[in-house]
Design a protein around this ligand. Structure first.
Ligand code: HEC
Length: 458
């Protein structure tokens, strides 16, 4: 006890000596700035993660202090692409004005360390562990069909692999996670559920027909057939981008992993300067509560199905068009607009929104017109950035009555001013590669009248 008291008195004396009497107390790294960086920046700015530099220790942060001030004042960091307003989003990122002011005052005050004893403990991250809050391991683990070797250098193309879903009957995931084995190389990974043509043979993630010839994209698309969706029948299962990879649903709500179908793995890796390997895995947690509602994902503009094969027209810019004919962006167009809509024909519950465009995507806005005509902006992404495939999760699920209309509006910049534009002189069509385009306003929802715990009537 006596020792401890001495220690406290000694450290009080140290603080008193450090702060000249009367001077306004400038924020210090140890006491004021490190807690903000650990909370808001360290998840990406640490060794082995996606940001270019680590911001954990004073030595690491000090040389970046000016850049940090600029990026937080301009609100470029932490990265967040939605405008204020809209529905409250659970996973939003951003600093409060107080936090920004603290960082600015610290930099302007010479970016001092302050009393090192006040440093908060280094944040810990459980990268190679599953993230279910109960700590319980997944009930099923589905690994990538092969380990990928990522070369040390160069821009890597998108890679597609297939694996069979190994279940005898449909499995319902109340929580699901994509866990890379090597986060430093993963730019993004996404997995869709898809149908492969009869007789397909899968070898090391590659799909062949019965005669042993590699399956063409056309053949795979044809097999997906009439299950009408923007991805031609493939439905999103899970994806990993920094800060996104674990999903958990409300009790009784679950994602279906259908038996007899295949997983389509779309992989995008970054070279790190060293040869690397990765074999990511999907973890599935079954529901404790009886599953009543299926978590569905569709794009606005495609039908929101209770019967998945019901075909509603795709309305683009007010006119009905054949699916897949959008977008078509003229050369050099700098503000090409597109709108799609879906009429909600029965009550749904709405959980999350994911905008998806490619390199020419400029902005996307999601609106809901209620049956009484009220027109509400749900989400506005004024500076769409292809590198950030964010899913915006609603704090509170939104109940949307029949007779409502969901609308997604967007713009493309195919001009030379768009620094990501690979070819402004080209007319741009729908396509899966990033130099082609897509217009997909994904939403996650369930159908209120559904009750999977009851036997189907029919
Ligand atoms: C979700 C991940 C993420 C978070 C959170 C994040 N950053 Fe970043 N940061 C990045 C990435 C990726 C880059 C490099 C690419 C870019 O600029 O978008 C970057 C770049 C930067 C740069 C510019 C580096 C350069 O080369 O000029 C600064 C400064 C910075 N971040 C500071 C911060 C600060 C301060 C915070 C917290 C308040 C923060 N970042 C939070 C991912 C993140």
């Amino acid at each position: 006890m006596q020792n401890r008291l001495n220690l406290i008195i000694a450290s009080l004396a140290l603080v008193a000596a450090a702060a000249p009497a009367g001077a306004a107390e400038a924020p210090t790294f140890a006491a004021d700035v490190a807690p903000i960086l650990y909370e808001e920046c360290a998840s990406c700015h640490r060794p082995g993660d996606i940001a270019p530099m680590s911001l954990l220790t004073y030595r690491e942060v000090r040389p970046w202090s000016r850049a940090i001030k600029d990026k937080v004042v301009s609100r470029e960091m932490p990265p967040w692409h939605a405008a204020p307003g809209g529905v409250p989003i659970r996973n939003s990122r951003g600093l409060s004005q107080d936090e920004i002011d603290t960082i600015v005052a610290w930099v302007d005050g010479g970016a001092p360390l302050g009393d090192a004893a006040k440093m908060p403990p280094l944040p810990t991250f459980s990268d190679n562990e599953w993230h279910h809050p109960s700590g319980r391991p997944p009930d099923h683990i589905l690994p990538m069909p092969v380990e990928m070797e990522i070369p040390a250098q160069g821009e890597l193309p998108y890679i597609t692999l297939y694996s069979a879903i190994p279940f005898e009957e449909d499995v319902f995931a109340n929580a699901i996670e994509m866990l890379p084995s090597n986060r430093s190389v993963v730019h993004h990974l996404s997995v869709n559920v898809t149908t492969l043509p009869e007789g397909t043979v899968l070898v090391d993630g590659q799909a062949y027909d019965a005669a042993g010839a590699p399956l063409t994209d056309e053949a795979i698309r044809a097999a997906r057939g009439a299950d009408s969706n923007a991805l031609g029948g493939a439905t999103k299962l899970i994806c990993f981008v920094p800060g996104r990879g674990f999903e958990m649903f409300h009790a009784g709500v679950a994602k279906r992993v259908p038996a007899g179908k295949a997983l389509q793995w779309s992989l995008h890796y970054n070279a790190t300067g060293r040869p690397e390997v990765d074999r990511s895995r999907i973890g599935i947690w079954l529901s404790d509560a009886p599953v009543t509602h299926e978590m569905l994902s569709r794009t606005i503009g495609s039908p929101l199905p209770t019967t998945p094969d019901r075909t509603l027209p795709v309305i683009v810019n007010g006119e009905e068009v054949p699916r897949r004919e959008v977008p078509v962006i003229p050369p050099f167009a700098d503000d090409w607009a597109i709108t799609m809509q879906t009429d909600v024909s029965e009550p749904i519950t709405f959980y999350a929104i994911s905008p998806h465009m490619h390199l020419r995507g400029k902005d996307m806005r999601f609106r809901l017109v209620w049956p009484d005509g009220r027109d509400e902006v749900l989400l506005d992404v004024p500076r769409y950035d292809f590198n950030w495939q964010t899913e915006f999760e609603l704090v509170d699920p939104l109940h949307i009555p029949a007779g409502s209309r969901l609308i997604v509006e967007g713009h493309y910049d195919n001009s030379v001013r768009n620094r990501y534009n690979p070819a402004p002189h080209r007319e741009v069509y729908w396509g899966e590669q990033s130099w082609d385009e897509m217009f997909e306003g994904w939403i996650k929802y369930s159908i209120d009248s559904q009750d999977l715990s009851k036997p189907a009537t029919e």
